[in-house]
Write a protein that binds this ligand. Structure first.
Ligand code: BES
Ligand code: ZN
Length: 424
């Protein structure tokens, strides 16, 4: 990923505590973390604002909301902006040419498909493996629209194989009855979209009866936009103290309101900022930083921009990054990342008598803590498993459990309070 520029406004977070900190942190009472209060942030972000994809107006509204909240507790949040590429999908169409009445077929853009309109004969090419286009096969995809079955290969490979065989567009039908939303790993050279398994079968039946011409269109574009991280800091008593960073991604996928993914983690970070503002800085070993990252769903772009903006010294001063992502739905806690921090999180949850397990390999790259691990900063990923509404319109605020948010807060605070005291 290439980052063209980084702008930090209004006050640079470089150089640590002083510029981005707050004049008045009250030490009168110590607030306790409230899952119910956190769930109000979920309602505001996912219920009132709604879907918050990177580069959207709703994302800017979410930035405003969290900044207002942070200011209310005495922080001076700073905004860090970075370039992002977004894929704006304005929809796709599939039509059978010359069949009035049964012409229109419901279509879904394969994200990162090329835009364009093609009218050409339809040819069924199986799974679109390289061998499906071999010279010995009677089907010739040259100049045609390729009808491809989902499965075995990635969408990207299917589309690339069809394009290499001379196809002008690709229609992938689902391997189950309903429809599917897929994404290519990089932009394609020809229009590519999906249809339901039922419609795929109908086209195969029609093809068996004779030649068929389709008109397919993808209306979409890649746009250069700006992503934003929101950063706030609470100083430590000692200027040379190490930093503990609490982070969550504030953006969502376009498909839904992103209540669990990740208004839930954002809400917990806000509630942590509220309760930790009331701890006496003089008594606290660590500088505390709160980060709401942008463009996570586009490939951890905001957290990557953030770690890239840090000097080696600043990176070295972060003793723990605590990432909260999808913490409000599901039955069991899962922790990934740096072993020592994972063990601390596991220790807290056994106190909560919750089921909790360390997490291995694959899912460890799936959220913002990975940007920190990549440059050697200790990090822990706190999340719950098994959200049936992951990345769908069904990821709604009423399904986020305030009790789970409360536990997420307790786990994060437990990790913080269990950190070994700084060596002087
Ligand atoms: N919140 C998810 C990651 C996740 C998935 C956490 C399941 C816990 C359980 C995150 O926002 C996401 O969707 N990540 C992408 C990868 C990322 C690099 C774009 C993913 O997992 O596909
Ligand atoms: Zn997420």
């Amino acid at each position: 990923m290439v980052l063209l520029s980084l702008v930090v406004a209004p006050a640079s977070t470089r150089g640590g505590a002083s510029e981005a900190t707050v004049a008045t942190f009250s030490d009168a009472t110590v607030a306790t973390f409230s899952g119910t209060t956190a769930s109000q942030h979920v309602d505001a972000l996912a219920g009132q604002i709604g879907s918050r994809p990177a580069g959207s107006i709703n994302y800017d509204r979410a930035v405003e909301y969290v900044s207002d909240q942070l200011r209310q507790w005495g922080y001076q949040p700073s905004l860090q902006s970075f370039p992002v590429q977004t894929y704006d999908d304005r929809g796709s169409r599939v039509e059978i040419v010359g069949r009035p009445g049964e012409a229109e077929i419901g279509a879904t853009t394969l994200l990162y498909s090329a835009a364009g309109q093609v009218e050409a004969p339809l040819v069924a090419v199986g799974l679109a493996r390289p061998e499906d286009f071999s010279a010995t096969r009677p089907m010739d995809a040259r100049g045609a629209i390729a009808l491809v079955k989902r499965g075995q290969l990635r969408f990207s490979d299917k589309v690339a194989n069809a394009a290499a065989a001379g196809a002008l567009a690709v229609v992938v039908y689902n391997d189950g009855p309903g429809s599917v939303q897929g994404s290519l790993v990089e932009p394609s050279t020809i229009p590519a979209l999906t249809i339901s398994g039922d419609d795929g079968q109908r086209l195969l039946d029609l093809l068996a009866a004779g030649p068929l011409t389709l008109r397919v269109a993808v209306d979409a574009s890649i746009e250069q936009r700006t992503g934003t991280n929101v950063l706030a800091e609470r100083p430590a008593g000692q200027p040379e103290a190490g930093t503990v960073l609490f982070g969550a991604h504030l953006d969502s996928v376009p498909a839904g309101p992103g209540a669990n993914d990740n208004a839930s983690g954002s809400a917990v970070v806000l509630e942590l900022a509220r309760v930790l503002a009331e701890r006496d800085p003089a008594q606290t070993a660590w500088r505390l930083r709160f980060a709401l990252f942008g463009a996570e769903e586009l490939g951890l772009v905001g957290s990557h921009a953030y770690v890239q903006s840090l000097s080696d010294t600043e990176r070295g001063s972060i003793v723990a990054m605590i990432n909260l992502d999808m913490v409000g739905v599901g039955q069991a806690w899962r922790f990934g990342g740096t072993d020592d921090l994972v063990q601390r999180a596991l220790g807290v949850t056994s106190d909560l008598s919750e089921r909790a397990l360390p997490l291995g390999g694959a899912q460890n790259g799936a959220s913002d803590h990975a940007s920190f691990l990549e440059v050697g900063i200790p990090a822990v990923f706190i999340h719950r498993l098994d959200d049936p509404n992951y990345h769908t319109a069904g990821d709604r605020p009423e399904l986020v459990d305030p009790t789970a948010l409360g536990e997420a807060g307790a786990i994060a605070l437990g990790v913080l309070d269990g950190l070994a005291p700084p060596s002087r």
